[in-house]
Design a protein around this ligand. Sequence first.
Ligand code: NAD
Length: 478
Amino acid sequence: MTRITIAKGDGIGPEIMDATLKILKAAGAQIEIDEIEVGEKVYLSGITSGIRNESWDIIRNNKVFLKAPITTPQGGGYKSLNVTTRKFLGLYANVRPCMSLHPFVSTKHPKMDVVIVRENEEDLYAGIEHQQTDEVVQCLKLISRPGCEKIVRYAFEYAKQYGRKKVTCMTKDNIMKQTDGLFREVFNDVAKDYPEIENEHWIVDIGSAKLADTPEDFEVIVTLNLYGDMISDIAAQITGSVGLAGSSNIGEECAMFEAIHGSAPMIAGQGIANPTGLLEGAILMLNHIGQSSVAQKIKNALLTTIEQGIHTADIYKENISKKKVGTIEFAEAVIQNLGKLPSTLTPVDFKNGAALVLPSYIKKPSKTKTLLGIDAFVHWNGIDPNEIAERLQKLDGGLLQLKMITNRGIKVWPEGFKETFCTDHWRCRFQSENQTDVPKEEILKLLRSAMENQIDIVKTENLYAFEGKPAFSLGQGQ
Ligand code: NAD
């Protein structure tokens, strides 16, 4: 017996959870259940996280969490429970298998069978945002080497365990050379440990276009958080319906399983929701807790039911479907089919379905770090870059001298274009003439001088070289 935590969530959540649990029980899943309440009611009781402290204890104790979708109330400072749960529990890998069920679910891509492995904790989802000037706000994109290494290794281990032949990495490293560049560098390094698995890289924009056009060319895709969020919805949608996919969120200690869709409030309480997405989440969960034979039995019964044309309204089509059913009738049909194998769709075999066991991340030795200067971000309402440059050149920065000014990343001094539009947010780069380690006192000297001369510095960023190699971007046009 494995003790798991469940939450029935909001909207259609309770209906699809009841249907899912009924199927799990009939299939002989060896689980004991602790139920917690999350979502709308908890939010509206004044808890902005949507979950009570005692519920965290239950989730952390049981380590396995099956969650129905919840409704996040608009405004009011409510935090997304999904994002909070992933980060608090260190659920670094979001895994979403997206497979077509042609010819029983209408899709333009009959041969599609892709798994999206999305980094789940970092990137712009760190949610570190600031307004710095009247006109400019920023969001920090944080990417760590352990974060990249864990998710990339997860993708390769997944491919190895499930007999997949190729792992595709998607980044935008032609533009973000430091952040996306690190993800790709780690991908290239880790790929060397798996010579039997083909690897490739796509720039994410054309890569997602290619995925939407010929998904059969992809097997496992690994990518950063934001791109993964988008790509995984595209992938699920083009199988025929987002209502059919489940996903797992895996950490070193805990794991959470869910449907990928939301709480569908418009159809809540009508008994017509499709429980397949949550059931797919539960199937991933059963594999994770070592009950692969039950998972296999349920998945084959699910495929058989869909193959029999027993469809809920969201996938019902006159010319394909045989019978339109509600949530509970659909669950009952799956139960009737337990033990049967689909005849047109390929039956699943989960003999390798157990949870992946990955090595823990081993910290790398520190590199030699040399301070080369700073980027000082200045709030200034003027429009002529030469004017601000003249004022900054008069500052006493000791070893640090003004080298470049950019506005929204584009070089405007020295020698910018008069056509470049400038906002009130100026990135002013100060470096020492010789490339030696700059003492931090020089920065203080520069900042003090700026303050005395009414220069409004809203943020600074140190410019470092690691092992002698400059580790910061150049200005566009530099
Ligand atoms: P949604 O996924 O709830 O609905 C999108 C469309 O798909 C709707 O037409 C809906 O009726 C349909 N649909 C979704 N699931 C279905 C199912 N199982 N069977 C049949 N039809 C289904 O997305 P939304 O409308 O953007 O969001 C509604 C609420 O859900 C919002 O409050 C949002 O914040 C929340 N949400 C929660 C999660 C989660 O808890 N994991 C994920 C996404 C959205």
